[in-house]
Design a protein around this ligand. Structure first.
Ligand code: NAP
Length: 571
C-alpha cells in the first residue's frame, strides 16, 4: 500500500518497494513487484527520461555490442513479437525508443519519478524500513530497497591538473549532452581507447577538422560488421524466440550464439588461421566463441592475440602508428573486448593522429589544449572516453547505511562483499541488481538482469507469503561467495589484465578486487535457484538463520576447459 504521511515538517511517502534507476533493470523490477507480487513500488530515476545507461551514453557512435535480437527482454512473448530491431547492433537512440515502448506497454510511467537523485538510503532498524532521501528534498520509507543503478554509470573524469582552466568545450562520453555536439572545423582530442573510445573516434573523425587520439593502453578490436537486418531475419527472430532464449540460457555469457567445443591446439596453425579469418569476417563478440579455451590457456590466447595484432598491422598503413596500436600488453578479452566500425582504418585518415601517452604521459591540461611530456596539442574540444568507477561507484556515490548505521562505504572499504552479487550482509531487505559479485558485465546484460530481477521477485514474494519481515545475508555466506568469485576469476586469464576496470584498477585508490562473477551465467543461475529452493540458504529470515549455503560450497570452479556450458568467456 502506498500512502503519504504528514509529519511535523515534512511528508514521507510510504511504499513497499523503492527501486533506484529506470534502465533495463529498474523497469522490469517495477513490473514484477507491482504487477506480479502486487506491491506498491516506485522507481526514482536521476535522468529526465527512462533508459538508464542508454539515456546518458549518447556519444558519437554509441551502439550496443550485443546483437539486437539478444539485447532485449525475453519475459514477454507479445513484446518479442511486436518489437523489431532495425540493425544487427542497436544504436543508443533505438534502445531508448525500445525502453520507452516497454515503459508504455506495461504502464510503468505512473510509478516512475524522473529527475530524482537519491542521495541517501538508511535502514531504520526500529521500524524495519529503509528511509530514502533525494537531492530534491523528498523522503520515502520502504520495506524493500532495490538498486538498479547499472554497473557503468558513475563517469570517471580523470583528475588531470588544469581542466578547470581549459577554454574549449569538454565532455565525458557517459554524460553526453542531449543537444548534439558539433565537431565541424574543430580540433578534437579524445582521451581513452576502451570500447567507448573505439566506437567514438571513427565518427568524430568524420566531421572534426582534426582528431588526436590519446592512447594509454592499446586495445584489441574485432570489426562489428553492423548491417541493416533483413526482413527474413526479423521474421526468424519473431517466430523462434523460444529457441533463441534457450540458447541464451545455455551459454555462459548469455549471448545468442554457442561457444565451440574445439580447443586452440586441437587444430594445426593453418586451420586455426582459417578459423580466425572466418570469425573475423563474421565479426563482433562472436569472435571469442571460435575456441573454448581462449580465456583459460595463455598459450591458446596468444594465438588469437597474435592474429588480431597482425590485422592491425595489415589495416594501418603507417608502420609506426600500427606498432603503437598493436603493442598490446594483456591477453585478448582479459579486458572487455571492444568491437568496432572502422576503428583502425580511422588512423589512415589525414585528419587523425595518435599520441602514445604511455610513453609520454599527459602532464596537464592547459587553457588551449593538452600537454604531454613530449609537447603541446592545441584543442577546441576534449572528449573523455575514460570509462567509469564501475560496479561499486554508483552504489557508493549514495550514502547507503545498513544495520547499526553501518555505511556501505565502510563495509566495502577493502572491496565489495556481496552474497550472490544481489545482497549485502548488514543491509537487510536491500537487493543490488547487477551488483559486484554478479555475472552482469561478463554477460549479455539483459539476460543477467532478467535472472536477477526474477530471483529478487521470487525472494520478496516468499517473504510476503510467509510473513517474513526481514531477510539478510549472513556474513559467512558473503565470505563464501567472495571466495567463490575470486576462485572463478582466478580460473581464467581475466585477472591478468592488471589495469582493467573489472579489478577496479582504473580508479586511483580503489581497492583491487575482481568484481564480476566469472563462473558463467549457467552455473550462477543454478546456484541462485538452489539457494532459493533450499529456503534461502545463507540468509537470516527474521532472526532465524538458514544455512550455510551448500549451493556455493558445492559450486566448484573447475578449469574452463571442463565444459562449454558452465564456462565463462568474458562478456
Ligand atoms: P574503459 O574500458 O575503462 O576505457 C577507458 C579508457 O580511458 C582506457 O583506454 C583508459 O586507459 C583510458 N583512461 C582512463 N583514465 C585515463 C587517464 N587518466 N589518462 C589517460 N587515459 C585514461 O571505458 P569505456 O571505453 O567507457 O568502456 C567501459 C565499459 O563500458 C566497457 O568495457 C563495456 O563493458 C561498456 N561499453 C559497452 C559498449 C557497448 O556495448 N557498445 C560500448 C562502450 C562501453 P587504460 O586502459 O590505460 O586505463
Amino acid at each position: 500500500m502506498e500512502s503519504s504521511l504528514s509529519e511535523t515538517t515534512e511528508t514521507i511517502t510510504e511504499l513497499d518497494a523503492l527501486i533506484i534507476g529506470a534502465g533495463f533493470a529498474g523497469l522490469y523490477q517495477l513490473h514484477c513487484l507491482r504487477d506480479k507480487v502486487g506491491l506498491s513500488a516506485r522507481v526514482l530515476e536521476l535522468g529526465d527520461g527512462v533508459g538508464g545507461t542508454w539515456y546518458w551514453n549518447r556519444y558519437p557512435g554509441a551502439r550496443c555490442d550485443s546483437e539486437s535480437h539478444a539485447y532485449a527482454y525475453y519475459f514477454s512473448s507479445e513484446l518479442l513479437e511486436e518489437w523489431q530491431w532495425s540493425e544487427r547492433y542497436p544504436g543508443h537512440a533505438e534502445i531508448v525508443r525500445y525502453l520507452n515502448h516497454v515503459a508504455d506497454k506495461f504502464d510503468l510511467r505512473r510509478d516512475i519519478q524522473l529527475g530524482s537523485c537519491v542521495v541517501s538510503a538508511h535502514f531504520a532498524e526500529s521500524e524495519n524500513r529503509w528511509i530514502i532521501t533525494t537531492e530534491q528534498g523528498q523522503r520515502f520509507s520502504a520495506t524493500y530497497l532495490i538498486t538498479a543503478v547499472g554497473c557503468l554509470s558513475a563517469a570517471n573524469v580523470p583528475n588531470i591538473p588544469g581542466l578547470q582552466d581549459f577554454k574549449g568545450e569538454w565532455y565525458h562520453t557517459g554524460l553526453w549532452p542531449h543537444d548534439d555536439v558539433d565537431f565541424k572545423g574543430k580540433r578534437v582530442g579524445q582521451i581513452g581507447t576502451g570500447s567507448t573510445g573505439i566506437q567514438s573516434a571513427p565518427v568524430i573523425a568524420e566531421t572534426a577538422d582534426h582528431l588526436t587520439v590519446f592512447q594509454r593502453t592499446p586495445n584489441y578490436s574485432v570489426p562489428a560488421r553492423n548491417h541493416v537486418l533483413s526482413e527474413e531475419f526479423k521474421r526468424h527472430c519473431r517466430e523462434n524466440h523460444e529457441e533463441i532464449r534457450a540458447v541464451m540460457h545455455s551459454t555462459p555469457n548469455g549471448h545468442a550464439f554457442t561457444i565451440s567445443d574445439r580447443k586452440v591446439f586441437d587444430v594445426g596453425p593453418d586451420e586455426r588461421r582459417e578459423i580466425y579469418e572466418d570469425y573475423w569476417e563474421d565479426g563482433g563478440l562472436r569472435f571469442r566463441s571460435c575456441f573454448q579455451d581462449l580465456l583459460a590457456d595463455k598459450a591458446a590466447n596468444d594465438t588469437a592475440a597474435e592474429f588480431l595484432k597482425s590485422k592491425i598491422r595489415e589495416i594501418v598503413k603507417d608502420p609506426q602508428v600500427a606498432a603503437k596500436l598493436s603493442n598490446i600488453d594483456h591477453p585478448y578479452a582479459a579486458k572487455r573486448p571492444p568491437i568496432d566500425t572502422n576503428y583502425f582504418d580511422t588512423f589512415n585518415r589525414d585528419n587523425v593522429s595518435l599520441v602514445d601517452i604511455r610513453a609520454n604521459p599527459i602532464e596537464r591540461i592547459t587553457p588551449m589544449g593538452v600537454e604531454t611530456s613530449a609537447g603541446h596539442h592545441e584543442l577546441d574540444i576534449i572528449v573523455f572516453a575514460t570509462g567509469y568507477d564501475a560496479m561499486t561507484g554508483p552504489l557508493l556515490n549514495m550514502d547507503i547505511r545498513g544495520r547499526d548505521g553501518l555505511p556501505l562505504r565502510e563495509a566495502w572499504k577493502e572491496g565489495p562483499r556481496t552474497y550472490l552479487g544481489l545482497t549485502v550482509s548488514g543491509f537487510p531487505n536491500m537487493f543490488t541488481i547487477t551488483g559486484p559479485g554478479s555475472p552482469s558485465v561478463l554477460t549479455n546484460m539483459p539476460v543477467a538482469i532478467e535472472q536477477h530481477v526474477e530471483w529478487i521477485t521470487r525472494c520478496i514474494a516468499h517473504l510476503q507469503d510467509d510473513g517474513v519481515k526481514r531477510i539478510e545475508a549472513s556474513a559467512e555466506a558473503a565470505d563464501l561467495w567472495v571466495g567463490h568469485v575470486n576462485d572463478a576469476a582466478n580460473a581464467t586469464l581475466l585477472p591478468q589484465a592488471g589495469h582493467s576496470w573489472y579489478l577496479g584498477a582504473n580508479i586511483p585508490g580503489k581497492p583491487r578486487m575482481f568484481m564480476p562473477y566469472a563462473g558463467g551465467m549457467v552455473r550462477y543461475r543454478t546456484i541462485c535457484d538452489t539457494v532459493s529452493d533450499n529456503g534461502f540458504e545463507g540468509f537470516r529470515l527474521d532472526e532465524d538463520a538458514v544455512g550455510p549455503p551448500k549451493a556455493v560450497q558445492n559450486a566448484t570452479v573447475g578449469p574452463f576447459v571442463a565444459s562449454t556450458t558452465t564456462n565463462a568467456t568474458g562478456i
